[in-house]
Design a protein around this ligand. Sequence first.
Ligand SMILES: [Zn+2]
Length: 249
Amino acid sequence: MVSRQEILAWCDNALQTAQFKDYAPNGLQVEGKEKIATIATSVTASLAAIEFAAEQQADILLVHHGLFWKSEPVTITGWKKARIEALLRHQINLVGYHLPLDAHPEWGNNAQLAAVLGLQTDNRCGEQNLFNTGRLKTPQTLAQFSDGIEAALERRPTVVGNPDRLITTAAWCTGGAQGFFQQAVDAGVDAYITGEISEAQYHLANESGTAFISAGHHATERYGVRALGEALKQAFAVEVIHFDEANPA
Ligand SMILES: [Zn+2]
């Protein structure tokens, strides 16, 4: 068995956690057992994920979306109380990596999404290197590219743009990164892919000619935490099990 501290130190070093300014704490969020044999991974520390970790007798629940965000009240009531109570009752460590896990060049959500969608990364730039630009391995029409995304992510994306337009270059950032769309327009790429869409992006896509593809927050961020889990399995003698939810958002 490996100690919790060894796992945390390894993750912090591998993900360069100290380099990031984040609005969530990275690393240990809720303390559980000290010795680790089994790690459960999940995009979000939902009650369903915590219950799964408890059933599997996991010692760590490793997530991308933890329990504490700067924008939220600091009180522990209602649904948050229930989640924390379940973690404490089962002595499960809750470990979360947010922006460092979006940005990691190999296991990160952005890198993993590129691999899943057949995108070649040319550049990682912008705010904390979260904005990626690159190209499709094979240029396709927007309609074909959208169908490919649906098949790969098992979720129909919301797409704004001319379906016959040939897509050669793209920019992307997983999750709720619709705010980076202007950067994609400025970069001159054919399409921008992220997890969510807001009202304004519809008009900007129509008026700029840059296609906007909202492929799901959960769907685009499913791969980073899995890749980190697999890397931990290689690095330590631990069992790693994945939990996925059919989150439509
Ligand atoms: Zn996210």
